[in-house]
Design a protein around this ligand. Structure first.
Ligand SMILES: Nc1ncnc2c1ncn2[C@@H]1O[C@H](COP(=O)(O)OP(=O)(O)OP(=O)(O)O)[C@@H](O)[C@H]1O
Length: 232
């Protein structure tokens, strides 16, 4: 699904260049359930931003289904994100003036769908993440775990090929972290959406079928394993 070929990312910091990623090459398959792990500053968020087309590499190539993101125009890149990628950010990025239903509906309206055609689907997804009782509540009245569920429903409602989730459990307690991870695993299995996480959290790393360890912008380990009897 994704190919990164010799990807380097250099940030300009004041007068100096800082290399956040050094010549990374890897592939991510459709339907993956995997994470990037590593200490703070190792390059995890930078990689997710490059995969999601939110930022461009300084050199090297990121391809999605064979097409180089660098060859896409701004509009094509926006369409790639809108149609194929679900983002889950640490801060949830929910729209505060809208209720749960409207937050989940929003990406479909951006895709040009009519509300009448998708109302049922939005309700189903809200139900699926266990928030049917909160469907008319605004984010400010929800707990962190509930906000994270809204973010998951919003990321999945457009049936993306991949969900990119930056530290999805960072603001959750242990119980909510497990519930969210179970939910994402179920959605991965049943909808086939790939999940690519960045995390420090050991709980996340127990769940994934592949873990790529980053240190100082280099891949230090790339481990594929069986989890709970599932095939890698
Ligand atoms: N916009 C930027 N300008 C300058 N330096 C940046 C920028 N974004 C990231 N960096 C630097 O690049 C390095 C990698 O950052 P990145 O956010 O990818 O790390 P991370 O592994 O996700 O860290 P964390 O776990 O703390 O989120 C860090 O040293 C960071 O300070």
């Amino acid at each position: 699904m994704f190919t990164m070929q010799d990807v380097t990312k250099v940030y300009r910091v004041g007068e100096q260049d800082f290399t956040a990623l050094h010549g990374i090459s890897l592939e991510i398959e459709s339907g993956s359930f995997m994470s990037f792990v590593g200490p703070s500053g190792s390059g995890k968020t930078t990689i997710l931003n490059l995969l999601g087309g939110l930022d461009r590499p300084t050199s090297g190539e990121v391809r999605f289904q064979g097409k180089a993101l660098s060859s896409m125009s701004r509009d094509e890149l926006a369409a790639f994100r809108r149609d194929h990628v679900g983002f889950i950010f640490q801060s949830y990025n929910l729209l505060p003036v809208y209720d749960v239903y409207e937050n989940v509906l929003f990406p479909l309206l951006l895709m040009g769908k009519a509300e009448n055609d998708v109302r049922r689907k939005v309700r189903e997804l809200v139900d699926w993440v266990g928030l049917s009782e909160q469907i008319n509540k605004k984010p400010a009245t929800l707990s962190g775990g509930q906000c994270q569920r809204v973010a998951i429903a919003r990321a999945l409602v457009k049936e993306p090929a991949v969900v990119l989730a930056d530290e999805p459990t960072a603001n959750l307690d242990a119980e909510n972290s497990y519930l969210i991870l179970e939910l994402m695993k179920k959605l991965n299995r049943e909808l086939g959406a790939a999940f690519v996480f960045s995390t420090h959290d050991e709980k996340v790393t127990q769940y994934v079928r592949r873990e790529i360890r980053l240190e100082d912008g280099y891949v230090k380990a790339d481990e594929v394993r069986k989890v709970g009897g599932e095939a890698a």
